[in-house]
Design a protein around this ligand. Structure first.
Ligand code: PGA
Length: 251
């Protein structure tokens, strides 16, 4: 059985003090969460202090990005070992903002994904289409391409334990959520594609989240879809109260 993962993605928000205060409040609010994994992916400079606060709680941490090399002359970058050393369990790979604003391509993201797996981090690989791609009918092709390129050379055993996040780019931070049925249609297609690339068991094991304007008021219907295994949450993860409502969607 797949346990849903509710993961916050803070993006470029919160100083250390603000981050510590938020997770301090959050851990109390989600302490009784049932059958849900909880994570906050935060700006790297906050993670060390956050880790001290969440220790012993059910809140896990993730990085929003990292580089794939182990060390060296890569000014401004973080290695997988650094991310691990501040207590991260997860790392987001290929968020659409990394792809679009920072020009990260599928080849680079594939290297990052493999580096995460090799270093015992659980990658959350983001995929999704723009509005133009949806409207011009290349949506399914785009998803297939991102899966093939992103997972190139990754073995089934690793795919089973990783996380995919389907995030239609037009729904991120816009307040335009894909309808639960639209999200389910694509996530089901992603699962079928994983089955054809690997096998049925791998497709049934991998967790696939939906992301894009998930809020306390719409999380229940999203989570009622059979193929959706949680959410990657931007704006609504910044406040402990709203994120805890998303985590506790089944209460
Ligand atoms: P949003 O962001 O919830 O603010 O739409 C989601 C994301 O970018 O992961």
């Amino acid at each position: 059985m797949r346990i849903p993962l509710m993961a916050g993605n803070w993006k470029m928000n919160k100083t250390v003090d603000e981050a510590v205060a938020m997770v301090n409040e959050l851990k109390g609010l989600v302490a009784d969460a049932d059958d849900v994994d909880v994570a906050i992916c935060a700006p790297a400079v906050n993670l060390y202090a956050m880790n001290e606060v969440v220790e012993g709680s059910n809140v896990d941490l993730g990085a929003e990005n990292m580089y794939w090399r182990d060390s060296g002359a890569y000014t401004g970058e973080l290695s997988p070992a650094m991310v691990k050393s501040v207590g991260c369990k997860y790392v987001i790979v290929g968020h659409s903002e990394r792809r679009e604003i920072f020009g990260e391509n599928d080849e680079l993201l594939n290297l990052k994904l493999k580096a995460a797996i090799d270093n015992d981090l659980t990658p959350i690989l983001c995929i999704g289409e723009t509005l133009e791609e949806r409207e011009s009918g290349v949506l399914f092709e785009k998803i297939k391409f991102q899966l093939a390129a992103g997972l190139s050379g990754v073995q089934a055993e690793a795919v089973k334990d990783m996380v995919l996040a389907y995030e239609p780019i037009w729904a991120i931070g816009t307040g335009k959520t894909a309808t639960p049925e639209q999200a389910e249609e694509i996530i089901k297609f992603i699962r079928q594609t994983i089955a054809s690339m690997y096998d049925a068991e791998t497709a049934q094991s991998i967790r696939i989240q939906y992301g894009g304007s998930v809020k306390p008021h719409n999380v229940k219907e999203i989570m009622a879809q059979p193929n959706i295994d949680g959410a990657l949450v931007g704006g609504a993860s910044l406040e402990a109260e709203s994120f805890s409502k998303i985590v506790n969607f089944n209460k």
